[in-house]
Design a protein around this ligand. Structure first.
Ligand code: TPP
Ligand code: MG
Length: 362
């Protein structure tokens, strides 16, 4: 019998759980600039995450999906994408959107149920968050098709969760990306949980990266808590796509350190030992330890940075809270370019019935 297909999935990893190099590091890590930038961004978005949860708990923002545990993935992808690439995110990518230029105030608006957060001018050609699982994978394939047809050297980058890879939309997107050699990068944030469903019962495959094989595109696994490994994998995937060689699927193995959202209580279905073990390999501490060993981190700088980002976040929170309430018709205004008649009637009714002075987050 002849072997007609041979495939292997590699796991890319440079830093151990404790932040120690496990193999020869790439040259760019020999100077601090980029690594320190990665670290500072991860500290910023983690501080923001804590703040948003506090806002939700005090009724000042809506249901929120924490980014805790995915700081490294968003930071590296956001840093490496070119300005004119297009990001097609899911609901756990606000750190990445911020790196692409979305002001914190608009991030807060989105989670506060204010449509203006998704319509922000700063998004440029980037898409707003997708909440319907895996639909964004197809949108990204569509964007990449347009780039290909127009002969533009741009890349569509899309992210989704482990659970999303079980959806038909995701597999269809991979398929067309392979069939048409599209300039698209699929990044799967495998945080081990799809709400209360663990990775082990979501799919029979050993890795999610191997789903790339069925579509004829590149696929690899990377330690999603290791910025160096992520940097290498994402750079290669972007380069491959930009050179017209086609798509890549990167499975970034991470862990959801938070509840699914603020509407969830993970203690009801997840063992505390598992969470405790995940905190031992989380991305921020791992990079901090590495930087410390290089002499590129100290406690004094850390405190100064935390204070600086704290003020930055507070200024944005103040601006968000001071924003005039969005008009009620915004519920409908962002749905269609041209409103169908039935919605036009509903819109008018909404305006007629609007209570003056209604509270922001009832
Ligand atoms: C089409 C669709 N079905 C179901 C849901 C409800 N839902 C919201 S999040 C989620 C789990 C997603 O898990 P995963 O893809 O692993 O992403 P994570 O939230 O863990 O980052 C589900 C089923 C939805 N939003 N959209
Ligand atoms: Mg998940």
């Amino acid at each position: 019998m002849d072997t007609v297909f041979h495939g292997e999935i590699h796991l890319r990893r440079y830093l151990s759980d404790q932040g120690k190099p496990e193999q020869v590091l790439p040259d760019w890590t020999h100077s601090p600039e980029r690594l320190v930038r990665y670290y500072r961004n991860m500290v910023l978005v983690r501080q923001l995450d804590y703040k948003i949860i506090a806002l939700q708990r005090t009724g000042q923002i809506g249901t929120y999906a924490s980014l805790l545990g995915s700081e490294a993935i968003d930071t590296v992808v956001g840093d490496l994408m070119a300005a004119d690439d297009v990001l097609v995110p899911y609901y756990r990518n606000h750190a990445l959107q911020m790196l692409r230029g979305l002001p914190i105030e608009d991030v807060l608006c989105y989670w506060g149920g204010d449509e203006r957060g998704s319509a922000a001018a700063a998004l440029g050609d980037d898409f707003p968050n997708a909440v319907p699982i895996a639909t964004q994978s197809l949108h990204a394939a569509g964007v990449a098709s347009a780039f290909k047809v127009r002969g533009e050297k741009r890349v569509a980058v899309t992210l989704c969760g482990d659970g999303a890879t079980s959806k038909g939309d995701f597999l269809e997107a991979l398929n067309v990306a392979g069939a048409w050699q599209l300039p698209v990068v699929f990044v799967v944030n495998n945080n081990q949980w799809a709400i209360s469903v663990p990775r082990s019962i979501q799919c029979g495959a050993q890795t999610l990266a191997q789903k790339a094989f069925g579509a004829g595109i590149r696929g690899e696994q990377v330690d999603g808590n290791d910025v160096i490994a992520l940097h290498e994998a994402v750079s290669e995937a972007l380069k491959h796509a930009r050179e017209g060689k086609g798509a890549t699927l990167i499975e970034a193995v991470s862990y959801r350190l938070s509840d699914h959202t603020t509407a969830d209580d993970a203690t009801r279905y997840r063992a505390s030992e598992e969470l405790k073990a995940a905190w031992e390999r989380e991305p921020v501490k791992r990079l901090q330890t590495f930087l410390h060993e290089q002499g590129w981190w100290d406690e004094r700088q850390e405190q100064a940075w935390i204070e600086e980002v704290g003020q930055m976040i507070q200024t944005s929170v103040d601006a968000y809270l001071a924003r005039p309430q969005q008009p009620i018709e915004h519920l409908i205004d962002y749905l269609y370019a041209e409103l169908p008649n039935a919605l036009e009637e509903q819109r008018e009714r909404l305006i007629r019935n609007a209570q003056p002075g209604g509270s922001r987050h009832e």
